[in-house]
Ligand binder design. Structure first.
Ligand code: SAM
Ligand code: CA
Length: 258
């Protein structure tokens, strides 16, 4: 009998303990954790990410945290992931669609060799200019060719010139989700065979598995169907191998194979 009581007490204590642990909120701005607890995500940040985060990226993260749209930023762990990936594939000529204040752009610029290049596009230059002084101070601004305006027409012009075909080692797509498939149709020619395209936010706040009548923020609901459709289409595209990772808000890596 006493044993049962003790066991019950222990179970209650461990449940309370677990509840306490899961209630610890992580501090990363803009991250929608897909891990089983925020405490686990915070553990990753504090153990492996923040101690190795380059100083300029930390500075840019702090600046971005004060901006009203900070939810849009790439998280520090995803920045670290991108940096590792770019180095693993020896990327040199790259593209980014959707810059915001430039956290993923800076991660890319720092990871590329001295003569590396990033064609960076965003309809909003003001936000890019918030981060630009940090990028300049870090000594990597010479790698960036920033173009203000919608990305699709720029891609259309590039696709017309065969010289651009197969010229990119890596592309990071992190902009208007309703255009992801339109981007893909053009990027598949611009990235080299063996090159990688990363499509960001492909788990879209977890809404990809939410019932259609679940409460959702307006913008989440609006783009949800596009993300669902894109995920289905990319999984069926024989020109690429894919890998959808639960990093950040979900990132789908596509390696061009034909
Ligand atoms: N990669 C960024 C970072 O690390 O902080 C986050 C990008 S944010 C999620 C999306 C960006 O896409 C916004 O800055 C927005 O202005 C830009 N955008 C939206 N529509 C666009 C378009 N048609 N062409 C280019 N950029 C666009
Ligand atoms: Ca994103």
């Amino acid at each position: 009998m006493a044993d049962v009581v003790v066991e019950k007490q222990t179970t209650n204590e461990s449940q309370q303990e677990q509840q306490k642990t899961t209630e610890i909120k992580h501090s990363e701005v803009g991250h929608k954790s897909l891990l089983q607890s925020d405490a686990l995500y915070q553990y990753i940040l504090e153990t492996s990410v923040y101690p190795r985060e380059p100083e300029p990226m930390k500075e840019l993260r702090d600046i971005t945290a004060k901006h009203p749209w900070n939810l849009m930023t790439t998280s520090a762990d995803e920045g670290q992931f991108l940096s590792m990936l770019l180095k693993l594939i020896n990327a040199k000529n790259t593209m980014e669609i959707g810059v915001y204040t430039g956290y993923s752009l800076l991660a890319t610029a720092l990871a590329l060799p001295e003569d590396g290049k990033i064609l960076a596009m965003d309809i909003n230059k003001e936000n890019y200019e918030l981060g630009l002084p940090v990028i300049q101070k870090a000594g990597v601004a010479h790698k960036i060719d920033f173009r203000e305006g919608p990305a699709l027409p720029v891609l259309d012009v590039m696709v017309e010139d065969p010289k651009n075909h197969g010229s990119f080692d890596f592309v990071f797509v992190d902009a208007d989700k309703d255009n992801y498939w339109n981007y893909h149709k053009r990027l598949i020619d611009l990235v080299k065979i063996g090159g990688v395209i990363g499509y960001d936010n492909t788990l879209w706040n977890g809404s990809v598995v939410a019932p259609p009548d679940a409460p959702m923020r307006k913008y989440v609901r609006y783009y949800r169907d596009f993300v669902l459709e894109f995920n289905k289409s990319i999984a069926a595209d024989p020109r690429v191998e894919i890998c959808q990772l639960p990093v950040g808000d979900g990132v789908t890596l596509c390696r061009r194979i034909s």
